[in-house]
Design a protein around this ligand. Sequence first.
Ligand code: 6MZ
Length: 363
Amino acid sequence: MEEWWKTMPKIELHAHLNGSIRDSTLLELARELGDKGTIVFSDFEQVILKHDRSLVEVFKLFDLIHLITTDHKTVTKITKEVVEDFAAENVVYLELRTTPKRNDSKGMSKESYMQAVVEGLRAVNNVDVDFAHKLDAEAIENSHPANDRNSESRRKKICVRLLLSIDRRESTEAAMETVKLALQMKDLGVVGIDLSGNPVIGEWQTFLPALKFAKEQGLSVTLHSGEVPNSEEVHAMLDFLPGRIGHACYFEEDHWRKLKSFKIPVEICLTSNIRTETIPSLDVHHFADLYNSEHPVSLCTDDMGVFSTSLSHEYRLAASAYGLGMKEMHTLARDAINFIFAGNDAKEELKEIFASVSKELKA
Ligand code: 6MZ
């Protein structure tokens, strides 16, 4: 059974790059900074090794992660590893989100940070990464002779698209800079914008101009919504009609009604919600109601490093908590194709992948 959740094809729509860092890499990077005297390693070791973190502690850990991940080479290494880890558990489509960071003292601009991310996608070598548009995919296929369409030994492939995150600490101008960068990087697989960061910080009105601009320019938008109680903001976010929303933990009756009538898909992060105590237990998690009312949902990891999880684990967890079988879980994974932000080519390719597994399940 364990193996089945790993081998079944899956789609990941809500994964933060720097929340998905391997513990071993985080420890290695922290140790290096400790040796250089930039941080006191022993202070951070405990934080890294702790696995049951509250929402407040999670954001403290992100501050540490950001201290550690300030050079381009590290960003490239993390990106490469994260994509490899998702591919290893048969994630066939990954929408990876990250906050472009500017760090003048390190000579890092938002653009150079994103270039380092793209370098990381190019550096993956144990699986083919289709991250840009058709041309790149063809170039990748041609570069591997084993990959011709008739070959039995086709290499594993993962389709990766990028979302640029606006951090709730940012100003309107900084958010706008991120959206402009996303537009500039469309040919490198950037398909949308995410609004995330500490949910008790920042005002919706600050980000609205940049998010509106993103939408007008044809970028898809997903919003972290309802991670803390904030009824007015949730209403404003739903009225914005984002392509998807993440979490939806502190939703009230009228929010659910609106969400369902607008049919906005929800990115569900079970382990994250339980660990951060935004939902007390799986039996009262809104996944069950949304699933039963056939509202579009997709299981996601959020931060597989920070929460010590994997997408396979999230599927196994949902199957056992809500009594769902392999066929239902396969359908759940497949139906996420309908709300990925990539275009029709990627959708068609994914449909083929899932259809071949459906046949096996029927056999
Ligand atoms: C809100 C979150 C988050 O962007 O540096 N992030 N924002 N809620 C969450 N749920 C617990 N998990 C991660 O990845 C790390 C950043 O993603 C956002 C935070 O802004 C965090 O600093 P990147 O790659």
